[in-house]
Design a protein around this ligand. Structure first.
Ligand code: AMP
Ligand code: MG
Length: 348
């Protein structure tokens, strides 16, 4: 591809049109990711972006024994802090803030509960045994949640034995922030970063118009519920029960757990999409707002923490109502009508 690039550039110059996009797909953090450059393409930038995601995956994985997260989890309750990479410490601090601001709807120490459901460590999904844990089992595990990691510089500890961190609800957003920096550092001015459904726009399309992204229909993996414009630097992150689930005794159990019950969240929502200038918050809050439900999500958007007030939301309710906050109205193309959804714009 590297050798083909000058040729492609030459072709596009001669023909006067925008250069061909160049794209790289890879598997990391237990999901498919891709980075696409629209402004001429620098394959070094693509390689560097993938390397950066792999580096972070090695720090934050729960299955690699030498990762920061595995070492932290192994030392839980020992009283001895673990030295972690500055990027891990920064992520844990962001997770701490998301946990506190969401009233613990976002809880980064839910790993023992996730494991009980078989939604185990990132990377082990294919071998995980999904099961419905007994109430007694959950009652024994819930006291291990909510007590957040202590972070002092790069020294981190978990206060209770048996505790474990799971950063699955924020790691992809964090990785998007890192990739954005890598691409900008390589002089890339126009790109789409898609890290397992967390989509970040860098710049605009070569014709100067904003990038357009589709939000999935949570009931139909092939279909879309709407298409929206994504401004420069914005991330669109979607959380939904449809992304990972199993069925038992005629019921569906999904991977987003309500920390107050230890059960998959049942808040009346099928999915939550957050659009934010901050990729960390887009990811963490899409998970948290899915737990909290539409009413509380909109209350927080109207008068909650600044981070949430600055976001725009798409809340897809089980009833078929799709609530879209007003900042997304311009450029919104609603696709859900045929599938029985109705769209409502929510004002401040
Ligand atoms: P997302 O796809 O970003 O909504 O993240 C879902 C992932 O976050 C799950 O697979 C778990 O790893 C983790 N998770 C599940 N429930 C929670 C929660 N209440 N707070 C924080 N992380 C969670
Ligand atoms: Mg998330």
């Amino acid at each position: 591809m590297k050798r083909a690039l000058p040729f492609l550039l030459l072709l596009s110059l001669l023909s006067g049109c925008a250069p061909e996009p160049v794209s790289q797909s890879f598997f990391a953090m237990d999901t498919v990711m891709s980075v696409t450059l629209y402004d001429g393409g620098d394959t070094d930038a693509l390689v560097a972006a993938q390397q950066e995601v792999n580096r972070l995956d090695q720090l934050w994985s729960r299955t690699r024994p030498e990762s920061d997260v595995s070492r932290l989890n192994a030392a839980a309750g020992s009283g001895t802090p673990v030295e972690v990479d500055p990027d891990t410490a920064a992520l844990l601090e962001q997770a701490d803030r998301a946990a506190r601001e969401s009233g613990m709807a976002f809880d980064p120490v839910m790993a023992p509960v996730m494991d009980a459901w078989g939604f185990g460590a990132t990377g082990s999904e294919s071998t995980a045994v999904h099961r419905v844990p007994s109430q007694a089992e959950l009652d024994a595990l819930l006291p291990l949640t909510r007590d957040l990691p202590r972070v002092e510089g790069t020294a981190v500890s978990l206060p209770l034995a048996g505790q474990a961190v799971d950063l699955g609800g924020i790691a992809k957003g964090a990785a998007a922030g890192h990739v954005l920096e890598v691409l900008t550092g390589h002089g890339v001015g126009s790109a789409i970063i898609d890290l397992g459904g967390n989509i970040t726009a860098l710049g605009e399309k070569p014709d100067g118009s904003p990038f357009r992204v589709m939000v999935k229909d949570p009931r139909d993996s092939e279909g879309g519920i709407c298409v929206l414009s994504l401004a420069d630097g914005a991330t669109c992150s979607t959380s939904g029960g449809y992304e990972r689930y199993f069925e038992a005794d005629g019921r569906v159990y999904h991977h987003i757990i309500d920390p107050s019950t230890g059960y998959p969240a049942r808040s009346g929502l099928l999915s939550v999409t957050v659009v934010s200038q901050d990729p960390y918050w887009a990811d963490a809050w899409s998970t948290a707002l899915f737990v909290l439900g539409a009413e509380e999500a909109l209350d927080l958007w109207r008068e909650g923490p600044e981070t949430v007030q600055a976001m725009e939301l798409i809340l897809v309710e089980e009833s078929g109502r799709v609530l879209v906050t007003e900042g997304l109205e311009e450029g919104l193309e609603f696709l859900g009508e045929e599938a029985g959804y109705t769209c409502e714009i929510v004002r401040r």
